[in-house]
Design a protein around this ligand. Structure first.
Ligand SMILES: C[S@@+](CC[C@H](N)C(=O)[O-])C[C@H]1O[C@@H](n2cnc3c(N)ncnc32)[C@H](O)[C@@H]1O
Length: 365
């Protein structure tokens, strides 16, 4: 097995040629057997065939994993229970059954809207495994709401329901556009930081757009990926050419490396407090600086964090937090508003000044 390589081929033909125990972390997001259209793979197998196929690649993954390795599988509702049981049969230990709750889920007409995916987090050994808790911490409510100095100054760990990673939608800058199942890099960053160390080997045996490999490379891990589609493989290789190892990047003349800025944005998402409330809160900012130091290895202090938050806000880099949409009356969504729009349109066509029309309309309402 060669590291820093993307293999094109059937994972069940490639993996058996590798020695046992050569991979430290596996993350994969297999086809969910829901009829999704892929380039080469047909995602509509009879249930028993699909489960047998999953058993085969999971068994190979278990074999190539080191004795202290971790194995994450993202999977939909239909087969999550079967894959959990397959893990048990293979002697894997379930450490967390994570729910990835995402925004921008699919709307439904006659049932509840689907807005989650399961992530089964297994390890080969029941206790011995890499878990870098210090790289995952963020301020707790005791810091953000009560400014309680007795709270852990390193912050708290994320829950097993992950709601900080929106789906990579069509309009997102991150989206590569050739594959509908691209996962968010920020989510892979959490997984790879939690369960591997720099230099470790990270495998995705069903690679798709290459997200796992891209994040592994940026974080200074060695990556290996496999996909059956020649097109996906060449696009993933291109994507990898455009990223580099940023694990030892340092700020230059006060300018932060992009990876460090992304960590800060992620800490903002995790803290879930608007900037307005966060910037004056020194207790929370201190925890963020501590966590950032751990994640980056650079020596950021609270004031650096505050200034970078302000710069990122000026660049409009912050995502909107849930419930943080300021109310602004938009008349066009009411029936009066529709009438208003129609009238303005007609008036515009008659070359009448719009402001006069709107003034008269508002005074009439
Ligand atoms: C859901 S996608 C992975 C998406 C990925 N997580 C990402 O962020 O882009 C699953 C991938 O498995 C690949 N695949 C399916 N069967 C395969 C097999 N037998 N060997 C290798 N790859 C396979 C498909 O081509 C597809 O790209």
């Amino acid at each position: 097995m060669d590291v820093n390589t993307i293999y094109r081929g059937d994972t069940l033909e490639v993996l058996p040629t590798w020695p046992a125990g050569c991979v430290d972390l596996i993350f994969t997001d297999p086809p969910y057997n829901i009829g999704y259209v892929y380039d080469k793979y047909h995602d509509d197998l009879p249930d028993d065939q699909y489960v047998a196929w999953c058993r085969d690649w999971m068994a190979e993954c278990q074999r190539v994993l080191t004795d202290t390795g971790s194995f994450y599988i993202a999977i939909g509702d239909d087969f999550a229970a079967q894959l959990r049981m397959l893990g048990k049969q293979l002697g894997l230990h379930l450490r967390n059954w994570i729910i990835w709750y995402y925004t921008f889920g699919q709307n439904m007409k006659n049932k509840f809207c689907r807005s989650h995916t399961h992530i089964l987090y297994f390890t080969k050994h029941p206790k011995e495994c890499t878990f870098n808790d210090h790289l995952l911490r963020f301020p707790s409510a005791r810091h953000t709401e009560y400014q309680d100095l007795r709270a852990n100054p390193h912050g708290r760990l994320p829950n097993d329901v992950w709601d900080e990673f929106p789906r990579v939608c069509g309009t997102f800058k991150e989206r590569d556009g050739f594959h509908g199942c691209q996962l968010p890099e920020a989510m892979l960053t959490r997984v790879i930081m939690a369960s591997s160390n720099p230099g470790d080997v990270v495998l995705d045996p069903l690679l798709g757009t290459g997200t796992t490999a891209v994040v592994a490379k940026r974080l200074g891990r060695r990556y290996v990926g496999i996909d059956i589609s020649p097109e996906y493989v060449s696009r993933a290789r291109e994507r990898l050419e455009n990223v580099c190892d940023e694990s030892e990047a340092e700020p230059v003349n006060g300018v932060w490396p992009e990876l460090h800025r992304e960590f800060l944005i992620q800490l903002y998402r995790e803290t879930k407090v608007t900037l307005e409330n966060l910037l004056p809160n020194e207790v929370a900012l201190r925890v963020i600086a501590t966590s950032l130091k751990a994640r980056t290895g650079a020596s950021y202090e609270m004031e650096d964090v505050r200034e970078e938050f302000e710069r990122l806000a000026e660049e409009k880099r912050f995502p909107k937090l849930p419930n943080d949409t300021r109310f602004a009356a938009r008349n066009h969504v009411t029936s009066e508003g529709k009438r208003y729009k129609r009238q303005v349109f007609r008036q515009r066509n008659r070359k009448t000044r719009v402001s006069t029309v709107s003034e008269s309309l508002f005074s009439a309402l």
